[in-house]
Write a protein that binds this ligand. Structure first.
Ligand code: HEM
Length: 199
């Protein structure tokens, strides 16, 4: 077998996983900002968002397993799971390892969504933002193909789209908060001075 096959597999699976991850974030933000309109959304839109995230995890696992099989640098189970234990660009690889755990947390809590409180699920789902940042830094720090124009262009355009959608999401959330902020309860309203009793 071509000795470089695992290296090519690791690189291509890495790029595919980043693209799937970024697409899942874009799709999720498009859903939450109601970019598809205000009417009830068909289920397949949400299913596609879930599918993109799940497939990203499958490709990350393929990426990591191929790196372990590649003989150019030796990566064992400890080196791919514990940051800074390997000798090959430890910081660049550590970003990837942290990204892997964040992705795992987002995916596992999405599968267990019905058993979690809405707040717990939402808080873990917000890890998708640091996950995207960490994975992007990892690609730029570790990738052989990071100098490629096509990869840079795809990453640049996707990052701009994610930043723009995040800003829209935050503005909409703010407006929603303003419109739904609770009215002061009767007990918290200032009391009218009671009429002075006649002497
Ligand atoms: C969210 C998780 C991850 C994503 C999205 C990701 C994605 C990528 C991408 C796109 C590249 C660049 C490929 C290239 O241009 O050649 C890369 C490189 C690399 N990644 Fe990851 N990765 C992740 C997790 C990990 C983990 C957990 C490890 C653990 C060892 C790892 C180790 C590496 C190594 C060693 C390279 C350099 C490969 C090379 O170009 O020679 N990655 N990764």
């Amino acid at each position: 077998m071509n000795s470089q096959l695992w290296w090519y597999t690791a690189r291509s699976a890495g790029v595919v996983s980043w693209v799937l991850l970024a697409s899942s974030v874009v799709w999720g933000l498009a859903l939450s900002t109601k970019a598809f309109g205000r009417r009830a959304r068909p289920n397949w839109l949400l299913d596609l968002h879930r599918f993109l995230g799940g497939t990203a995890l499958v490709f990350v696992v393929t990426h990591v397993v191929s790196i372990m099989f590649d003989s150019y640098v030796s990566f064992g189970l400890v080196e791919v799971l514990v940051p800074f234990t390997g000798t090959w660009h430890p910081t660049a690889v550590a970003w990837g390892i942290v990204g892997f755990y964040l992705l795992l947390a987002v995916e596992v809590t999405s599968l267990l969504r019905k058993r979690l409180s809405k707040r717990a699920w939402r808080l873990t789902h917000y890890l998708s933002f640091p996950l995207f940042i960490v994975a992007t830094v990892h690609v730029l720090a570790a990738g052989t193909d990071r100098q490629t124009f096509l990869l840079r262009a795809v990453m640049g355009v996707t990052t701009v789209a994610i930043v723009a959608l995040t800003v829209i999401r935050l503005v909409k959330a703010d407006r929603h908060d303003l419109m739904t902020s609770p009215k002061p309860s009767p007990s918290s309203r200032p009391r009218r001075p009671s009429p002075v009793a006649p002497r």
